[in-house]
Design a binder for this molecule. Structure first.
Ligand code: SAM
Length: 161
């Protein structure tokens, strides 16, 4: 598993994955946001787990936005409208987990955190071949699209009451 220190080193450079300047990432972000817009419009509370520097987080359609991020270096760059939390605070009607349910990360703990924190929708995104198979309730939207040299998925689950 990738250590916190490895992630801190990786984030010495700003935007280390070039999300903000890569067309496929700009497309991915707009894809996610369009799906969310079609589903609900606005959420009360959103939680982004593994938010990085907030590239997607900052534009989530929610009145209150929380982020969980392991790297302190990345979290220092989170925009002002995003509050960093170390653990979920209460329940969230939107939980986003993108680029994180991979074997190099602590995917079991992350999936459990998402399950426990969600009251309505859990959104999972990532590279199809790398995503670990978790289910968060009823699958209500599922998409696949090309991303860099990979195939990427975006899925929305409605949590079971
Ligand atoms: C590949 S990036 C994805 C960033 C963002 N979610 C996106 O889709 O653009 C994965 C992020 O998750 C963070 N991360 C890794 N393990 C984590 C954990 N256990 N808890 C919180 N964040 C974690 C990394 O530091 C990194 O910022």
């Amino acid at each position: 598993m990738q250590t916190k220190q490895e992630l801190e080193n990786w984030y010495e450079q700003e935007d280390p994955w070039d999300y903000t300047i890569t067309e496929d990432d700009i497309y991915r972000k707009h894809f996610y946001l369009t799906v969310l817009e079609d589903l609900d419009g606005t959420y009360e509370r959103a939680l982004d787990i593994g938010a990085g520097e907030g590239f997607i987080t900052k534009d989530l359609p929610a009145k209150e936005i929380h982020a969980i991020e392991l790297s302190d270096t990345a979290a220092k760059r989170l925009p002002e409208n995003v509050k960093r939390v170390s653990t979920p605070i209460g329940k969230y009607d939107l939980v986003l987990v993108t680029g994180l349910l991979y074997s190099q990360y602590d995917h079991r703990a992350i999936a459990k955190m998402a399950t426990d924190a969600a009251s309505k929708h859990v959104c999972i995104g990532g590279i199809v071949d790398w995503l670990r198979p978790y289910v968060f309730g009823e699958l209500i939207r599922s998409f696949e699209f090309p991303y860099r040299e990979y195939l990427s998925a975006f899925k929305v689950y409605e949590t079971r009451p």
